[in-house]
Design a protein around this ligand. Sequence first.
Ligand code: HXC
Length: 268
Amino acid sequence: MSSFRAPVSSSKEVFRDDLFKGKVLFCTGGRSGICYRVVETMMSHGVDAAIIGRDAKGLAESAQALEKATGQTCLPASADVRDPKQLEKAVKETVDKFGKIDFVICGAAGNFLAPIQGLSSNAFKTVIDIDLLGTYRTIKATLPYIRESEGSYLHISATLHYRGLPYQAHVSAAKAGVDSLSNVLAVEEGPRGVRSNVIAPGPIGNTEGMSRLTPKGTNPENGVPLGRMGDTGDIANAAVFLFSPAASWITGTVTVVDGGEHHIRESL
Ligand code: HXC
């Protein structure tokens, strides 16, 4: 198999095992999918983590699995990013447990396929509330701690708003907003040593997002110049780099991790 089509290799072949030793990560949406893998990989490099989501039971199970896989500590803190008070409580639980926060991942997201005509005002608002306002609220709740640690933010966005992708008006508007929010955060907080970056994943296999958004019988890998679907590990590797000191002069960027897919995609 050509190396560019080979399954994703481990960040541990490139970065030190103890890269993030003594650091604390706060991640919304860390229970499953892309963010679970990012948290797992960050923990395998020594970070302790809090994972935040609505499903308390699922969070507890994921936290246990993450601890078992990595030997680090993981706090399950249940909160809906639509509720600022719940988020503030999750932040407090994290700081009470670990004493600080160094890294934040804004990864909580909701999505479904629907044409504009089929979207009620509440449906549009629900996705904006989770994806965009949820990111804003997570920033607000964590910023005092990130200023203190001179830490950094990573936002999980998308590439669908680079073009007009049908049935994705709500999430396109939200993710465009997330990219902008991150840029402003980078500029406002840069002088305090805080960084903010975005990863825009392409089609990632075995995720809820892909199964919700891929019509049956289609082969998304056909539209990827590098010839394979993405793996959650591809996103995790990029996240490790962006949080590492190797990226200390990188802020206000969007890193597209999609095998080149957004350059040629026509529609879903
Ligand atoms: C039209 C829909 C709909 C659909 C829900 N709604 N699904 N409208 N088509 N398929 C409408 C409802 O009718 C309602 O409007 C409003 O949206 C809120 O729906 P609820 O079910 O009451 O909301 P809630 O229970 O809070 O659920 C939120 C959700 C849900 C976003 C709708 O899907 C969810 O919880 N998702 C979380 C998991 C998830 O989506 N993961 C995938 C993320 S992937 P009315 O008017 O009836 O009140 C991802 C990747 C992005 O984000 C980039 C991909 C490339």
